[in-house]
Ligand binder design. Structure first.
Ligand code: SF4
Ligand code: SF4
Length: 183
């Protein structure tokens, strides 16, 4: 039996790393938006976008926080850009047990880009004056059952690793932050 298909607007952010000047305005606004209360601090560790930088050359690559990975992956990719080799895992979007990237500093829970839920435009895109980040929209048919299953698997993996109480506390903190930001 096939499950129902629904049309959905999918928002994506196109990254043009060549235009990024490393100003980190995207990290500042994202971390401020996700602080509790909203806009009370701007710790980049809370940001859902991080700008990977090569220390000797002006190369900046914005990376968005993606899905949580409960286990380390088996492979380790290496990237060579303009002849420079980058640290393994530097451009990975996942929070995983082998590194601290994309983990909420207070709770240690993984964070993921939420496209600034409720905002008319992603804030990092709004704040990126060089147009290194550009928002794009497309319409797609999605399977409602599959989307629900993915959510359940993701929550199960988080609960296994961190325990339900920690997740409940984090959700409560997030709702408080949201309520604090609403006027
Ligand atoms: S705001 Fe734009 S230019 Fe500045 S670091 Fe972020 S992506 Fe790069
Ligand atoms: S779209 Fe919003 S949540 Fe995602 S990285 Fe940009 S500012 Fe953060």
């Amino acid at each position: 039996m096939s499950s129902e298909k629904k049309k959905k607007i999918i928002k994506t952010i196109k990254i043009d790393a060549d235009k990024c000047n490393g100003c980190r305005a995207c990290e500042v606004i994202c971390s401020a938006f996700h602080a509790a209360p909203k806009y009370s601090s701007n710790n980049p560790a809370r940001s859902r976008i991080r700008v990977v930088r090569h220390p000797l050359k002006d190369i900046y690559v914005p990376v968005y926080a993606g899905e949580y990975a409960p286990a380390e992956c088996m492979g380790r990719d290496k990237y060579v850009i303009d002849g420079k080799e980058y640290e393994e895992c530097a451009f990975c979007r996942a929070a995983c047990p082998s590194r601290d990237a994309f983990k909420e500093p207070d709770s240690g829970l993984p964070v993921k880009c939420d496209m600034c839920e409720g905002e008319d435009e992603p804030l990092c895109v709004k704040w990126c004056i060089t147009d290194a980040l550009v928002c794009e929209e497309r319409e797609e048919e999605v399977d409602e059952e599959e989307a629900q299953e993915e959510l359940e698997i993701g929550l199960e993996a988080l609960a296994d690793k961190h325990g339900f109480q920690k997740i409940i506390d984090a959700v409560a903190r997030m709702s408080m932050a949201k309520a604090g930001g609403e006027k």
